[in-house]
Design a binder for this molecule. Structure first.
Ligand code: AP5
Ligand code: MG
Length: 223
């Protein structure tokens, strides 16, 4: 499946939950780039130039890194794509690659969240350097200049940091790029009859319930 939605919609949050619940792999293009950057690879350094500006990393870099992960799975293993595809070309290349393996997407779940809520969430988001899990940190828990010195990841105990692309200017750019380049991909999946839309404004567990319901609706009758 693909989890689709704007920056801050909760794709990463939901993907981590679903991966544990459904015992499938979580493949996040943004996380893959950040892992490369942490390891100081040329690919990570190149990608970060685009990410920090809030624009898309070019397809010739992005597609290979994501498809390598998808195609490294066993044919019967499920996966959740988070942050990919982000334009029509990526959607077409993914479909071709899956078809060549006699596979396909069961569902594309679009998590809808209005822009003011996205901006609020990203301003308060801290991510784990180790496992990349996102956390919402209330302002009163932060130290001077927004630092989060004593806060550790609830999942793995790693250090929390604020992503450079969560600065207000980059957030505005990411939302604009999402509207111009990524949102049009929805019609691609609508045409294939696999698109489901859920509201992402509610408690995390309620959104999780909606996504699971949307997935169940795609199961063949009699299963
Ligand atoms: P990426 O890392 O994919 O970022 P994004 O799509 O902008 O999405 P985010 O990770 O910011 O948000 P999210 O939807 O995962 O929300 P989260 O769960 O963290 O991409 C970053 C960059 O990499 C791109 O800008 C681009 O440069 C590059 N890139 C990546 N993929 C690419 C591709 N395919 N092609 C080209 N370039 C690519 O939640 C956000 C916050 O909200 C958290 O604090 C969380 O705790 C909180 N939250 C979650 N759910 C709720 C809820 N229900 N209620 C209240 N708070 C909530
Ligand atoms: Mg994310």
């Amino acid at each position: 499946m693909v989890l689709f939605g704007p920056p801050g919609a909760g794709k990463g949050t939901q993907a981590q939950l679903l991966a544990e619940q459904l015992k499938v792999s979580h493949i996040s293009s943004g996380d893959l780039f950040r892992q490369h950057l942490q390891q100081g690879t040329p690919l990570g350094l190149r990608a970060s130039e685009f990410m920090n500006r809030g624009v898309l990393v070019p397809d010739e870099v992005t597609i290979d890194i994501v498809l390598d992960k998808v195609l490294s799975l066993n044919a019967e293993d499920g996966f959740i794509l988070d942050g990919f595809p982000r334009n029509r070309n990526q959607a077409e290349v993914l479909e071709d690659a899956l078809m060549r393996r006699a596979r396909g997407l069961d569902k594309v779940v679009y998590i809808q969240v209005p822009e003011p809520e996205l901006v609020k969430r990203l301003a308060g988001r801290y991510s784990c350097r180790q496992c990349q899990a996102p956390h919402s940190i209330p302002k009163e828990s932060l130290g001077p200049e927004g630092s989060a010195p004593d806060l550790t990841c609830q999942r793995c105990g790693g250090e929390l940091y604020q992503r450079p692309d969560d600065r207000p200017k980059a957030v505005q750019k990411r939302i604009q790029v999402y509207q111009d380049e990524t949102l049009p991909v929805l019609s691609y999946y609508q045409d294939r009859g696999i698109l489901a839309e859920v509201s992402g404004v509610d408690k995390i567990e309620c959104v999780n319930h909606r996504v699971l319901e949307a997935l169940r609706a795609s199961e063949p009758a009699g299963c």
